[in-house]
Write a protein that binds this ligand. Structure first.
Ligand code: AVJ
Length: 322
């Protein structure tokens, strides 16, 4: 990678306090059912494992959404206009935005992610590969309020939130988060958001239990991270990955199940686990296109365009903030 100073690239470091992870793990394991928020999957190792999940044959969302973005980039540009300020919360590898940049020609691109080194790497590459583009990366926890003075005051704002990451929020919380995205995009601004659609349970179960076991590694990495960063004494082999589609709730659930009764110790805290007891690590809600549009309207958005693939596995919505 060439010296990023040559290209218009800056990294604003607003990374969360290290003890955030500690506090939320302790609080989460004290709760019943025990749970740890999915944002903590994304340390350096977890971000890399997620990139590998996106390449698994069973995990259709990435390739299907990429196909939609590729096919409709010009139509999307027709709605967003050019020279907008493109803001991408949870940007991860910044791979999907590349499909839009030439069509949208944004005046500035603001990728935001909780995993600093991963963001620096990914955003630096975008700045290198698109030398005309002004890249201002922000390392931050997007579930918290972030100072976004880096958005030019007069710029029209387009928020890009692909990958169905909105699925991690309970619907009520999803509306709250969409309200925040509406605030970021501002009146007249837009939101381009990817939403995974309800479908056959078999397809969803396979997507979160890939044959190569990468999703299992991604889930178990959370325990490795607790041992690495919080001095835990967890024997990873005594936990197993468990993911399934909960039809009643309309969500895929991921859990880490203790295979035996045992005591975990994390920094002097003791946790008695019964055999079969789990830590709930992620929800991934699935919607119908109409169901998600209704949710977005609760957050003050109006639907302007909707694209899906021919098999209606995944949807991309363009919404205008009121
Ligand atoms: C990044 C939250 C959209 O829920 O599908 C992939 C994360 N978890 N495999 C998803 C994930 C297990 C992914 N999101």
């Amino acid at each position: 990678m060439t010296d990023t100073a040559e290209v218009a690239y800056r990294l604003q470091d607003e990374r969360p306090e290290p003890d955030d992870f500690y506090r939320e793990v302790i609080a989460g394991l004290d709760r019943r059912p025990r749970q740890i928020p999915p944002k903590f999957f994304y340390d350096e190792a977890g971000s890399r494992l997620f990139e590998r999940i996106c390449k698994q044959p069973e995990y259709y969302p990435t390739r299907v959404e990429t196909g939609i973005l590729d096919q409709y980039a010009n139509e999307i540009a027709g709605l967003t206009g050019k020279d907008s300020c493109l803001i991408e919360p949870g940007s991860g590898s910044c791979m999907k935005v590349r499909l839009l940049l030439d069509a949208l020609r944004p005046s500035r691109y603001i990728p935001m992610d909780i995993s600093c080194s991963h963001l620096h790497e990914a955003a630096g590459r975008v700045a290198e590969d698109f030398p005309w583009l002004d890249v201002h990366a922000v390392c931050a926890d997007i579930t918290r309020s972030v100072d976004l003075d880096c958005i030019p005051a007069q710029a029209r704002r387009i928020v890009f939130y692909p990958g169905s990451s909105i699925g991690n929020y309970e619907p009520r919380k999803a509306v709250e988060f969409l309200c925040r995205l509406a605030d970021i995009s501002g009146p007249g601004g837009g939101l381009l958001i990817g939403v995974d659609l309800e479908k056959e349970t078999r397809i969803l179960d396979e997507a979160y239990n890939d044959a190569n076991g990468i999703t299992a590694e991604f889930n178990l990495n959370l325990l490795h991270r607790i041992n690495r960063e919080l001095d835990g004494d967890i024997d990873i082999d005594t936990f197993r990955h468990h993911a399934f589609y909960n039809e009643t709730e309309g969500r895929v659930e991921m859990h880490l199940v203790s295979e035996c009764s045992q005591t975990l110790r994390i920094d002097g805290h003791r946790y008695e686990f019964a055999a079969g007891e789990s830590i709930h690590t992620e929800n991934s809600y699935k919607y119908t296109a109409a169901g998600f549009t209704a949710l977005a309207e609760c957050a003050g958005f109006t639907a302007e365009a909707l694209w899906t693939d021919d098999d209606e596995l995944f949807s991309l919505h363009f919404l205008r903030a009121a």
